[in-house]
Design a protein. Structure first.
Length: 144
């Protein structure tokens, strides 16, 4: 599964938490702005790493079910502040783009997660890890 689509054209891979891709894969990822789970992406004095993607995620609530033909996907990210000043972060700064090109915001179910990313500030060298839930078409192989 590939995660991509940072709106910032200066986003680039600077490492990986699981160095499994070949150097050719890394060149292709940098030139197309497509990144894999575990890649450390740098832009705007931030480092963002998608650390986990859980497909067909069950929220545990009988009231929170995906629509017909859709599934919930739980995405966990880690954000590090590499600037000299405080930065803001927010669950709703993130979107997921499916293979049809539709951009989806995180669902309200995100706030009921025990590890919800939420929103706040990070001081210099601060970091936070948290999750978000998105609703996407079932069977989507690539998210951007």
């Amino acid at each position: 599964m590939i995660i991509a689509g940072f709106s910032n054209k200066d986003a680039k891979k600077i490492g990986s938490s699981s160095e499994t891709s070949s150097s050719q894969d890394s060149k292709n990822q940098e030139s197309t702005n497509e990144f894999k789970v575990g890649d450390i992406i740098s832009f705007d004095d931030k480092e963002v790493t998608v650390t986990n993607v859980a497909r067909n995620y069950n929220t545990g609530s009988k009231f929170s079910k995906p629509k017909d033909g859709k599934e919930f996907v739980k995405v966990t990210v880690e954000i590090k502040n590499k600037s000299k000043s405080d930065i803001s972060y927010n669950t709703f700064d993130f979107k997921i783009k499916n293979s049809d090109g539709a951009l989806q915001n995180a669902k309200a179910e995100t706030y009921s997660l025990s590890d919800s990313l939420g929103s706040g500030q990070l001081s210099e060298n601060g970091k936070i890890k948290g999750s978000m839930v998105f609703e996407v078409p079932k069977g989507t192989k690539t998210y951007r």
